[in-house]
Design a protein around this ligand. Structure first.
Ligand code: NDP
Length: 291
């Protein structure tokens, strides 16, 4: 079993990005700048956004964190997005999800300029990704592809089962794994809460990508030997023995699944850090998109 170490790989990517930034600086070019908007005070969201901003600082990117109160109106948020769309310093920005209930997520994501949409959530970018055209690949799927690539995981002709069909993970992942390139060229099955015989389908997976948000849903008896497992799930579970009062669990029961796997991501330290590294790769790319 080989551990797909997202922490180590993301650190390698960050080192590569730092070299790029140093080159840009030496040439007198534009330093990449990522901005993040967060509305409200959801603990997990604040942790994720802070990690993104800190990662930027580490490699020499510029970054700004825009914290807006939970009572922010949709109009106020759209005005802030418009401001960032027109801000020459900001190359890319994200609006951290989830948003408070009174704000319509789709309206907000559609308002982000596709050229600055480093999360890859704008329909124009999603469409390009689906067609295999150059675009911002959403950060989590892109991080997964990068991990498969760097560990040279063979994907061609394999049966890839994706569990979960969200617009930000499962759906784009299923499209990408079926594309005619590496990593890809898989035969893909996209599953969700209405899938019949889910366990039987999962048992046929040679590559299993799980993004449903149900801690330890996938157990050892559900997978076949030699499977590659990508666990996207991150759920905070109360744990009084931890200083933070919680621990993070993936969607995969690691102890029973790992012995049957050829490759597997841990949680934490797997897909999570790769998502952040991808976001930064997209921000570097955004400089060219905005030229
Ligand atoms: P969503 O809640 O948007 O989607 C969950 C999906 O899982 C849905 O498609 C749902 O089906 C499906 N599902 C739920 N229950 C079942 C079930 N019993 N059997 C089969 N399918 C089921 O989740 P996200 O994609 O946003 O996130 C999934 C997980 O990944 C979460 O834990 C999240 O925290 C984590 N995550 C981690 C990231 C990282 O960087 N590591 C980034 C993004 C998310 P249906 O469509 O029918 O409702």
């Amino acid at each position: 079993m080989v551990l797909l170490d997202g922490k180590k790989t993301s650190n390698e990517i960050k080192e590569e990005l730092a070299v790029e930034v140093a080159k840009i600086k030496a040439d007198g070019g534009k330093i990449p700048h990522l901005a993040a908007i967060i509305v409200g005070s959801n603990g997990a969201s604040i942790t994720y956004v802070n990690a993104k901003v800190k990662a930027c600082e580490k490699v020499g990117f510029g970054s700004s964190l825009i914290q807006m109160p939970v009572e922010t109106t949709q109009e106020e948020l759209l005005a802030k997005i418009n401001e960032l769309n027109n801000d020459m310093v900001v190359d890319g920005f994200i609006v951290q999800l989830p948003l408070p209930d009174h704000i319509d997520e789709e309206t907000v994501l559609n308002a982000v300029s596709p050229n600055k949409d480093v999360d890859g959530f704008h329909p124009a970018n999603f469409g390009k990704v689906a067609l295999g055209l150059p675009s911002f690949i959403p950060a989590t799927p892109n991080g997964i592809l990068e991990l498969l690539k760097r560990y040279k995981v063979e994907t061609e002709g394999k049966h890839c089962v994706v569990v979960g069909r969200s617009n930000i993970v499962g759906l784009p992942m299923s499209i990408l794994m079926g594309q005619k390139k590496y990593p890809g060229n898989c035969t893909v099955t996209l599953t969700h809460s209405r899938t019949k015989n889910l366990t039987e389908i999962i048992k046929t997976a040679e590559i299993l990508i799980v993004a449903l948000g149900r801690p330890e849903f996938i157990t050892g008896d559900m997978v076949k030997d030699g499977v590659t497992v990508i666990d996207v799930g991150i759920t905070r579970v109360a744990d009084e023995t931890k200083k933070s009062g919680f621990r993070l669990l993936g969607d995969v029961h690691f102890e029973s699944v790992a012995p049957k796997s050829d490759f597997i991501t841990p949680v934490p330290g797997g897909v999570g850090p790769m998502t952040i590294a991808s976001l930064m790769q997209n921000t570097l790319k955004a400089i060219d998109m905005n030229r």
